[in-house]
Design a protein around this ligand. Sequence first.
Ligand SMILES: Cc1cc2nc3c(=O)[nH]c(=O)nc-3n(C[C@H](O)[C@H](O)[C@H](O)COP(=O)(O)OP(=O)(O)OC[C@H]3O[C@@H](n4cnc5c(N)ncnc54)[C@H](O)[C@@H]3O)c2cc1C
Length: 575
Amino acid sequence: MFTDVDYDVVIAGGGLAGLCLAKQLRDAHPELSVLVAERERSPIPLSAFKVGESSVEVGAHYFASVVGVRDYLEEHQLEKLGLRYFYGNGEGLHQESEFGVNRFLPAKSYQLNRGSFEEHLRVVAIEAGARLEQGVRVLDIEIGEQEAPHRVTYQLDDEGEQEPVTVTCRWVVDATGRHRLLQRKLDLTKRYPKPHNSVWFRLEGVLDTDSAVDAGQTAWHDRAQEPRWNSTNHFMFEGGWVWAIPLAPDHTSVGIVVSDDLHPVTKFNRLEKAIDFVVDRVPGFAPAIRELPVLDFRVLKNYSHSSHQVFSQDRWACVGDAAVFADPYYSVGSNLIGYANGFVTEMIGRDKQGSFDEPFVRYANRWFLSLAEGLTQNIQGSYAFHDNAVIMSLKTVWDYYVGWSFSDPQFYNNTYLDEPTSTTLSALGAHAVATQGTIMNLFKEWARSYRGAFEFDYIDYYDDLPTLARLFVQNLPSDEAPDFASVLTSIRDGLDRIEELAHVIFYLALEDALPEHLEAVRARGWLNVTALSLNPERWEEDGLFNPKSRPRPDEVKVLEAEMRALYRTPSTAGN
Ligand SMILES: Cc1cc2nc3c(=O)[nH]c(=O)nc-3n(C[C@H](O)[C@H](O)[C@H](O)COP(=O)(O)OP(=O)(O)OC[C@H]3O[C@@H](n4cnc5c(N)ncnc54)[C@H](O)[C@@H]3O)c2cc1C
């Protein structure tokens, strides 16, 4: 469709991000010629291929509805039973605090066997009209100046010497994953201050969380209505977590993720050491974990990165891991693929219409990178207190409030693709975003001075939290075209509830860490939640008692009752 080029779009790398983008582009603009140049040839190994196996709601919606592979996911991948967290010291999972869901959520998400999924995406992209060159290595991308075409050079990745091929294109997208061809070439990589590392391996067979607990523990077994295996299981410890993720049909992915300052990766950089570490954390996984055949073992140091820029007015873009990688903790990798691919599809559409301009590129970079970097800081800021069940459960509830009622609807309704609409929403959410930083600092302070005023055995973050469940359902994507007025009403509702939750979290933190101040703070009434802290000397100065919003004490009271019901104080243990 563009003139004087071999292809309108060349995508370097046909993994999850590149293949989804090829399909999305061809669906949105069928006249575009799209080439995907991918190093790995089919058949792709099942399971022992890549990480990025757990999807959450935005990523699942992206795959199912935007890329359009819902039927395939339903039939060939496993439905995910939400995120599940265990907090304890290896004394037996039935004695640990557990945070998860009893049943599948109204919005589906999936556990992805990346081998079979990418094999299917290859077929889907080709059927949509993209050309896929398999078994080729992209050697170089030369960015054309001004309106000049880009030149992409690739070579058959075979043993023998093959002549490189150079093709020209109007748009080039780097989707080479951690290879990050363009980011390295243009020196755009940004690193986070604290390295985080991961090791993982895949097992042929089911490493079942339910089987890790003796069948005689009937109360523990009965409280989950579906197999816990279907969840993304997180076994938390100070400075990190172990994951167990089911892969269709009957394989299991196991990984260890740590903050480098608390656990040097040398503790588990060999398979035997990694298995010992997992068994130490979850003794019930033995002997199965030592008996199931191991399909692979990988070590990845310092996995997070960002970039100074991911979209350019010069018609290039980076998507997937070639753009950014946040942190695997909330399984948001696929969400970020959805957002970046959405921006690229929008930009190419605007270019086609002659309305692609620098302000939109600037906005897209700012919006996307602040999302990715904000997520990373939010997640990695809590590794030091990953073992604190109460604070981490409150943090997860907080993150769900913000995610489900403010961030996710912007994807479902495509508002992030329209700068004026997005700016309106950002202005509306500025207070919540400011509170996000304050609450994170509050959690950190609280973790340092935690006295153990609360405990819990099990929290179902859907059934036990009706306000959160209501916000979740209310913000799910609908089949109807989004009506901005109702999106706004729903987001306003969520933002009010977020502010009320901040009050409740503060009261709980005070009750534990500074009980002598609790009643006096309550007596001051409505608070400025951007000034919350556990430092009473700062409260007046920071303006804690100078609220900027309408007081809603009744709503806080109702929410506080809902939240308090999740916890008991140690003296009421066993009640
Ligand atoms: C420890 C860990 C856990 C994670 N867990 C999750 C999770 O639970 N959920 C989630 O959503 N995300 C997770 N992620 C992120 C996950 O990696 C990404 O979501 C996803 O895999 C990124 O897809 P991609 O297409 O960018 O990269 P990839 O899937 O790696 O694809 C890149 C492709 O480019 C090809 N390629 C590379 N170089 C070249 C070249 N020169 N020429 C041609 N082809 C090339 C490769 O063969 C590959 O197929 C995790 C990441 C890590 C590190």
